[in-house]
Design a protein around this ligand. Structure first.
Ligand code: FMN
Length: 197
């Protein structure tokens, strides 16, 4: 029988912008490094810039055109979304990628990393994403990671300058792991109209 307290969790990270000069990718790569230090987590970085989305179609009809993302979400126990704040909302490219799937997300966790040039660390983009992911069936953690003034947070090699983020990331991941374990147990133990136990 599976040991729900110790089994390894698959928690992919998606970086949510294809902007050329994006800082969010530095945040995402740093976080993947922190996640990789934990034996209980397997992760993989996905990047919306790698999704060649058509201009004339949209949504779950396209999911088999993106099998790596589809299969990763099917296998995932939860997701981390690195979301830059664009006019208090999320980039359209991120929404387009999220919309490729639907039932594959149900009863899995999601944790948000907000990234902004301004002083609020993407709190507004996170708040904007919460009602959207609810429709996908995802369950949101209540510990976010916030990168305000992100343009000042990394050196030219992409090294994070503020060591306080190590503890913040640790707390953020503890919460994500907790919720992911509970939901994994739930999906596999309690039948729902959305999935078999
Ligand atoms: C279209 C657009 C809208 C933006 N709106 C905001 C905003 O509402 N608040 C903010 O703090 N920064 C805003 N920014 C700046 C981004 O937060 C900034 O680029 C930051 O580095 C994170 O995004 P990045 O990964 O694209 O670099 C905006 C940037 C763009 C391109």
């Amino acid at each position: 029988m599976e040991n729900y307290l110790t089994s390894k969790l698959f928690l992919p990270v998606i970086v949510g912008t294809n902007r050329k000069e994006r800082k969010s990718v530095l945040v995402a790569k740093w976080l993947v490094g922190e996640m990789s230090k934990r034996a209980e987590i397997e992760t993989r970085l996905f990047d919306v810039k790698d999704f060649a989305l058509p201009q004339d179609d949209y949504g779950t009809a396209l999911k088999d055109d993106f099998p790596e993302w589809r299969d990763a979400v099917i296998r995932a126990d939860g997701l981390v979304v690195v979301a830059p704040e664009y006019n208090h909302g999320y980039p359209g490219a991120l929404k387009s990628v999220m919309d490729l799937l639907l039932k594959e997300y149900i009863h899995k966790s999601v944790a948000f990393v907000g990234v902004s040039a301004g002083p609020w660390g993407g709190t507004r983009v996170i708040e904007a994403m919460v009602p959207m992911v609810r429709e996908l069936g995802l369950s949101v953690t209540f510990s976010d990671l916030n990168f305000p003034s992100v343009q000042n947070k990394f050196d030219e090699e992409g090294t994070l300058l503020d060591t306080a983020y190590e503890q913040r990331a640790s707390d953020f991941l503890d919460e994500l792991v907790w919720l992911s374990r509970v939901l994994k147990w739930g999906r596999e133990s309690l039948a729902s109209k959305h999935h078999k136990a």
